[in-house]
Design a protein around this ligand. Structure first.
Ligand code: SAM
Length: 249
């Protein structure tokens, strides 16, 4: 009975892996999805979602897959640079709450009082620590490094300033904190694939983006490999190729 259940789950997991490969290989779908992502971005599609009451500036597939990653990997600490209105921190904390252990550390250069208050008064606040400052400030990096010291499972999400130099500095500072088997997520790699976002002027653009920084980092560091299954199945995502598994100590 147990074996049959296990076999059935394995078969379904294999079906899921096959679906992911087919989605990834479907060039028509990939083109349509990039067109749809761009068209939706013109109306700020990623701004319209909340998680347990707080705005989470992500696309639905990215939110869903983060749930899968945290549930499967059971990180003891999730570090995220880029807090904004706090919804992503609350999302990670809610999964950790169900798991029964784990903390979230949020770093942001500008934690506005109303956002800090909304996070502090949330039922999941006790799982969250906030650090205000630039994520690449050596003092901030040292605080985060001290906070993750000794943890066996550490995951990192980079979602702050998306210009190349900043993201590359973050990768160099926070990449080493990720423990083997856990994920490093580089958000907004889609910038590399879209036209310049003139509807929402920002300093980042193709060639100066999280995607270009990630390429540079992967050329100098072999601890991470893009997770083919996760990246393959997202279809519509802010972070194509941005889900990396730590494959070495
Ligand atoms: C895209 S938002 C984060 C969205 C959030 N992770 C979510 O899913 O809801 C980017 C955030 O990065 C912050 N930020 C910009 N530059 C930064 C820096 N140098 N260090 C840390 N945070 C920074 C901004 O203040 C902003 O709140």
């Amino acid at each position: 009975m147990v074996t049959r259940m296990h076999d059935d789950r394995e078969q379904f997991a294999e079906l899921q892996r096959d679906c992911s490969r087919r989605l990834q290989d479907d060039s028509t779908l990939q083109r349509l999805s990039m067109d749809t992502t761009w068209q939706a971005d013109l109306s700020n599609y990623s701004y319209v979602w909340t998680w347990l009451g707080l705005p989470i500036i992500q696309m639905p597939t990215d939110i869903l897959v983060m749930q899968e990653i945290i549930w499967a990997g059971r990180p003891q600490v999730v570090v995220e640079t880029g807090v904004a209105r706090g919804g992503s921190l609350i999302m990670y904390a809610s999964i950790l709450e169900l798991i029964g252990e784990g903390r979230v550390i949020g770093v942001d250069i500008d934690i506005r009082p109303h956002n800090r208050a909304a996070i502090a008064s949330h039922p999941l606040a006790r799982r969250i620590d906030l650090i205000q400052g630039s994520s690449t400030d050596p003092g901030v990096v040292a605080q985060v490094r001290a906070a993750v010291a000794g943890a066996e499972r550490v995951m990192v999400v980079l979602d702050s300033d998306h210009v190349h130099e900043h993201v590359l500095s973050e990768l160099r500072a926070y990449g080493p904190m990720v423990t083997e088997g856990q994920f490093l997520v580089v958000a907004d790699t889609v910038v590399e694939h879209l036209p310049v976002q003139e509807h929402r002027p920002r300093p980042w653009h193709p060639g100066n983006s999280p995607g270009s920084a990630l390429d540079a980092y992967l050329a100098e560091c072999d601890r991470f490999a893009p997770d083919e299954y996760i990246n393959g199945k997202l279809v519509m995502t802010q972070s194509p190729g941005g889900y990396l598994r730590c494959v070495a100590r």
